[in-house]
Design a protein around this ligand. Structure first.
Ligand SMILES: Nc1ncnc2c1ncn2[C@@H]1O[C@H](COP(=O)(O)OP(=O)(O)OP(=O)(O)O)[C@@H](O)[C@H]1O
Ligand SMILES: [Mg+2]
Length: 417
């Protein structure tokens, strides 16, 4: 068992549908994060992002963390964990306090934010993130720094991301069963965005599509925040399952076919390329099934088309329409499928790039791919001291609240797309 460490440690844990991955980083004196170790295990007991078997998933969590601890030479007490399954909702709450015309001081802002925290009522849902956006002074919107200004009323828009309590409780329980504390549960798209979007992209407006094994999360970012999200209960593993069904091969072989020969773009040469669908000797000396690459591509393409159509519907419903030019960033393990960004660019009619997590010092190459955006983003979020109302102590007093679903900020967004 490795010895406890004196250094500031941050541990990130991403419980996905296909893999559980852990990352331990430390913060150097210059404030930069440095990776000490990583660990990964095949995920068990997780379906479409939801924990469905406590015991199996607890073992996978424990083992992934133990590997990371062994490599790091440290032990960790608690983790920053992700939640990426369906049921995440984003909303905007507007809070206001009366100031009676005096000059705004830091305490007024803190009081307003505390009022905001107390005012966010999600009808039984758990608030994961509550980030203050721009301030409003006497009805004038878009104030970045209210301190020092005179005001009768000070208001703020608060971006809220919430989820149903039961699935969160299950994740919490699994982690605690693995003898670890839970520092915070973070919505996956918030973490992934931090890891693979630039600050400028998040400010100007960008869509992030994280295609995992069983879930695809589509989120919109503008003004440096997540301003809308949709979850699609489909992912890259559905392509694997389709291949396994179509050619009667095991999932393991279907996965190999997808990763080695699969692509989102077809080519006339696909008709002439023969592939062994089941490897020779893999199945008690049975005859290998031979297919053309074109046959494989038909299966892959069908599912990719369905996924892309659903992504397009999600983008439209979020108001990400209008003039060409707004970028889509594709991440998650599904972004590894050959030519998928090219294919989506054609269908969506806008620039699509694959987003990989920005390199942290010491991050092994094996954990630098798009499948690790959420994991790396968790550590990045933990390492920064961004203001989130869920981190504040209990609310002191509640202000006037106007809850508008996808309120004003999104209305502004819609106009500009
Ligand atoms: N080279 C590749 N070509 C095609 N697909 C790939 C490739 N590499 C990985 N994938 C797919 O990426 C998926 C795993 O993605 P990821 O690790 O992001 O999922 P997860 O986090 O475990 O699941 P989720 O987020 O959906 O709960 C698998 O279905 C895998 O087949
Ligand atoms: Mg994932």
């Amino acid at each position: 068992m490795p010895a406890p460490s004196e250094k500031p440690l941050i541990a990130a844990l991403d419980i996905g549908s296909s893999k559980v991955s852990a990352l331990i980083v430390t913060k150097d004196d210059d404030g930069r994060l440095r990776v000490l170790g990583t660990g990964q295990r095949e995920s068990r007991g997780v379906k479409r992002g939801f924990v469905t078997d406590m015991e199996s998933s607890e073992v996978a969590v424990r083992e992934a963390v133990e590997i990371a601890e062994r490599i790091s030479g440290v032990t960790i007490d608690d983790v920053w964990a992700s939640f990426g399954a369906g049921g995440l909702v984003s909303d905007i709450a507007n809070v206001e306090v009366e100031l009676g015309g005096h000059q705004v001081v830091e305490d007024d802002v803190n009081e307003l934010l505390n009022a905001g925290k107390g005012a966010i009522d999600r009808n039984g849902q758990v608030v994961l993130h509550a980030q203050p956006a721009l301030y409003t002074i006497d009805g004038v919107e878009g104030v970045k720094h209210p301190v020092g200004l005179h005001a009768d009323r000070l208001g703020v828009d608060i971006h809220v991301i919430a989820a149903d309590p039961a699935p969160l409780r299950n994740i919490d329980y699994v982690i605690r069963s693995a003898h670890l504390g839970v520092r915070k549960i973070v919505a996956s798209p918030v973490a992934a965005a931090l890891a693979c979007l630039t600050a400028e992209e998040r400010d100007l407006g960008v869509a992030l599509v994280e295609m995992g094994a069983e879930v695809t999360n589509v989120s919109l970012h503008a003004g440096g925040m997540l301003v809308g999200l949709r979850s699609i209960p489909l992912g890259a593993k559905d392509i694997t399952d389709d291949i396994a069904c179509a050619f009667g091969v095991q999932r393991r072989d279907a996965e190999r076919l997808k990763c080695f020969y699969g692509s989102a773009m077809t080519s006339p040469r696909d008709n002439h390329e023969m592939i062994d669908a089941a490897p020779i000797g893999g199945d008690e000396g049975g005859e290998p099934t031979r297919i053309t690459r074109a046959q494989l591509m038909t299966v892959v393409r069908q599912r990719v088309e369905e996924l892309t159509n659903q992504i397009e519907v999600a983008l439209k419903s979020l108001g990400f329409t209008g003039p060409v030019g707004r970028q889509v960033v594709l991440t998650g393990g599904g972004a590894e499928l050959k030519n998928i960004a090219d294919y989506m660019q054609g269908v969506l009619g806008r620039a699509v790039r694959v987003g990989r997590p920005r390199t942290l010092t010491g991050l092994p190459e094996a954990h630098g791919g798009p499948a690790f955006s959420t994991l790396v983003g968790l550590a990045m979020l933990a390492g920064q001291d961004a203001r989130d109302l869920t981190d504040l102590p209990a609310a002191q007093r509640a202000g006037k609240v106007a809850n508008g679903f996808f309120g004003r900020m999104l209305a502004v967004l819609k106009q500009s797309y």
